[in-house]
Design a protein around this ligand. Sequence first.
Ligand code: GRG
Length: 308
Amino acid sequence: MSSENFLSRLTEVAADTEALLDRLLGPAPLEGERDRPGRLMAAIRYASLGGGKRFRPFLVVESAALFGVPRPQALMAGAALECVHCYSLVHDDLPSMDNDDLRRGRPTAHKAFDDATAILAGDSLLTYAFDILSRPETHPSADVRVKLVMALARASGLGGMVGGQILDLGAEGRFPDLPKPQGLGEVETLQAMKTGALIRFGCMAGAILGQAGDDRLRALERYGAAVGQAFQIADDLLDIEGDAATVGKQTGKDAAAGKATIVGVLGIAKSKERLKALVDEASSALSVFGARADLLKVAAKFVAERQT
Ligand code: GRG
């Protein structure tokens, strides 16, 4: 399995996710909705369409393929995950969080609209994710849908991404009652929550959709944990070594903000060694699937070497 294969499959999932989100985020109100206000729809569509690698939906689609899950179902779960991801980017870019002007090579949502509209667009994307997961189109079994809802809620919320985000802000010294993370272990925990939890969910979603046994679910969880950490280290290295035009957002911000990063603790050379070890760990976690998981193994390598 080559990296060209991986890139063409990623591009296919990105195109399918774009088309699906475009349909799901149409103007017509659904049963139970009164209206879809135009300004809010415009901000939601701005934040979620026309950009992004769609790496998280790719993880859902490819992990689901290991269990023969119909692709339209996997794409629905992937679209739900992407909605949570896009909401997190909109809120993360706000002046009270990371205060960024550029995202995906374009003005951030609050710059293109205004803070209040961006906050509400993020809120809508978050709740819409669970609307998508709860539809029979995502899976005919209500039991599977509830498992997906619970897993995504936990990955996104206080013990997952949002919890990681407050620890991250605390690491900048913003809150007197929230001590800065000390040492590698605490920084790893923060990042496993902030960035890792959604990536781990993406990998586990395929096993949930496929009603897989616990051993296979745990194998994908282990893979997702390694990929999540590799993703964050690569992101931190891009912040130091990348250029803003290629990365599509401002670089050099982590050190300036005093962020807690693995690269900050280990240094650049050791972090690059760590990346290689995480790619190996990701591959070995998938051994139970044999060659059928080769694409996911290449994906782990891509994450570690990514330039955007
Ligand atoms: C505000 C609740 C809340 C959470 C924010 C995701 C996040 C938590 C912050 C984003 C800040 C950041 C730079 C995190 C590092 C990793 C990351 C999520 C990068 C962006 O994801 P990509 O590269 O982006 O997949 P695209 O644009 O391709 O979707």
